[in-house]
Design a protein around this ligand. Sequence first.
Ligand SMILES: [Zn+2]
Ligand SMILES: [Zn+2]
Length: 349
Amino acid sequence: MQKILAYAAQDALSPLTPFSYSQRELATDDVAIQILFCGVCHSDLHQARDEWGGSLYPMVPGHEIVGVVTEVGSQVTTYRIGDKVGVGCMVDSCQHCASCEEDLEQYCENGTVLTYNSVHKDGKTPAFGGYATGIVVKESFVLRMPENLPLDKAAPLLCAGITTYSPLKKWGIGPNQRVGVVGIGGLGHMGIKIAKALGAEVVALTSSPQKEEEARRLGADHVVVTRDPANLTPWKNKLDFVLDTVSATHDINPLLQLLRRDGAMVLVGLPTEPLRVAAMDLVIPRRELAGSLIGGIKETQEMLDFCGQHGIVSDIEQIPIQNINEAYERMLRQDVKYRFVIDMHSLHL
Ligand SMILES: [Zn+2]
Ligand SMILES: [Zn+2]
């Protein structure tokens, strides 16, 4: 049985440290993957530090996994040894509930098995994520990476990419529409790129004036610095859609006011405190306020293919795994443009 080297959190308070375990035996529908890169998502930090409660330890975080297939089970038909593949936020679901039937495994009514901080369907095997040399995943939860995209920069598509792509698609964003993207971080920078590639006019909304130039470089047509409320006034009732990627507590009412009648604002960030909503801002021009969680496997593949066609990747900073704890601290200070990606070769040293 192959040994997997990894970095794990042993509890909520300690830094991540080296850890190892045996790779599970391949089932007939399993794909074994050598991990080359893994993106560092803000939710890795939240869960490693048990900020959402219920964390399972030891925990090997990481759900923006890219690598190559090293072995396949006897019934696997989609992948061959050497294929470039990815694994996102989920590794299993019931496959037969209404959500799974509609290719929305992330909303599985019987419980999605997440890539980490989760337990497999046998009720006992812990799911270990991508801060590791390898992973074994059921064929139906493995994604094919576009040939033309560099794997390190494409890794964040598997969470940040699909998280922003899915709501833009569900609300039918395309040409002749004006989309506001709130927050220019790991999620927001992908939201700008994808909304732009879908043909929309993109308005970046940021609280920090220093990000103005950056937002334009990422593809925003307009940048609004929200710190001064006067800057929002010209945009009232002007947007068709607002994608809010901010996970810090913030006032969403001035943002709702930017929507035209029947416009929708979708939350993809996860502030821990409940948000206050002024009913007036929803009722009068019949605006929608909604949320969205990653995307199903079919849609994730569609997103990867779309990003391949449009040459969309994440802006990243590569790190060796030994720097992961420092990277977490820098992430908290928003000192990253815009995603850390772990080079997993550093684990073989
Ligand atoms: Zn994530
Ligand atoms: Zn299901």
